[in-house]
Design a protein around this ligand. Structure first.
Ligand code: ZN
Length: 328
């Protein structure tokens, strides 16, 4: 890792502080676009890191190379902070990709009152109808921390790449449950510190809208991904998450042979799932906050691995199947 060990140590202390006191320096995540197909094919600099991607026959069809290529395209846009031109380009890219897969897509444009004033934000949701009205809600945030020259390859990029690749698979082949894939704007705190209500703008907006529409009870599970692309990926159980749902995902990972990635120890992390947990929705947050480059300009594409993205994508795909089996 590129940072000196002193920085690594202080980062870990900071992460621990965030996690245990539920505040701190951007605990958020922390606590924690053109012709889409050709754009992905021409994605810059993704080929080297894609070398370790497992064959798609081993990952339920999930293509880690494609997921990484999305991250390459997103980071090439530069910073993607809520309410800035950079994020508008990311929105165009996500929308164009989802439409190219044949997904039905809805957007919610709203304004959020932030310490930087009223900011225009946009949630994007791909809606894949199943045989049942029950919704499995997959989610990520796609905005990046308000930090100069920060491109958020892992924090904001990696999980967005995973969700786009899942959308390609799922929109082509709907299952029993209805699946929605939400791309949240405004997860990151506008201030450096993560302190409510300055964070989770997009997920709070979607949870409130679903509550008003009477749709919250349709959500049988929210599976959130955030910071899932590191070459040294190690995902602990997030202890605010719903235990039975966390068990389902970790059991699935173990069955697939990923116990060294989805490990047994746990830590509490504030993230977008809090917006739904507080309303009684079963949630699990899949996040690796122990990255030494978290909320630094070192969060760049070279830190990521197509294999890590593929493993997380595979676990999400199989967890959806497990949830379907449980409802029979
Ligand atoms: Zn973050």
């Amino acid at each position: 890792m590129p940072l000196p060990s002193l920085s690594l140590a202080s980062f870990r202390l900071s992460a621990l502080f965030c996690a245990s006191l539920f505040l701190g320096a951007g605990c958020g995540s922390g606590s924690g676009a053109g012709n889409p197909s050709s754009a992905v094919a021409a994605a810059p600099a993704a080929s080297q890191a894609a070398d370790d991607a497992p064959p798609t026959e081993q990952t339920g069809g999930f293509d880690g190379r494609k997921a990484l290529a999305h991250v390459a395209r997103l980071t090439a846009l530069g910073t993607r902070q809520a309410g800035t031109p950079g994020i508008v380009k990311a929105q165009e890219y996500i929308l164009a990709e989802l439409k190219s897969y044949g997904c039905a897509v809805e957007t919610d444009d709203f304004h959020a009152d932030t310490p930087a004033g009223s900011l225009a934000m946009k949630n994007i949701v791909a809606k894949i109808p199943g045989e049942r009205r029950d919704i499995v809600l997959l989610a990520t945030h796609y905005d990046t921390k308000r930090l100069e020259n920060f491109v958020g390859a892992d924090d904001g990029g990696s999980s967005t790449g995973v969700m786009l690749e899942l959308a390609r698979l799922l929109c082509a082949k709907p299952g029993k449950d209805t699946v929605w894939i939400a791309f949240f704007d405004g997860e990151e705190a506008v201030n450096w510190q993560w302190a409510d209500p300055d964070n989770r703008y997009g997920s709070r907006q979607m949870a409130a809208r679903m509550a008003a529409a009477g749709d919250l009870k349709r959500i049988k599970a929210l599976l959130l991904a955030d910071i899932v692309g590191s070459k040294d990926l190690r995902i602990r159980r997030e202890s605010f998450s719903t235990k039975s749902l966390t068990n389902l995902v970790w059991d699935t990972a173990r069955r697939l042979g990923y116990s060294k990635i989805f490990v047994g120890d746990q830590s509490p992390i504030e993230d977008d799932h809090a917006s739904f947990l507080s309303r009684g929705v079963p949630c699990v947050d899949v996040i690796d906050l122990e990255i030494p480059y978290w909320h630094t300009t070192q969060d760049t594409l070279d830190k990521l691995s197509a294999r890590s993205l593929a493993i997380v994508g595979h676990v999400f795909r199989e967890s959806i199947r497990e949830l379907e089996r449980k409802s029979r």
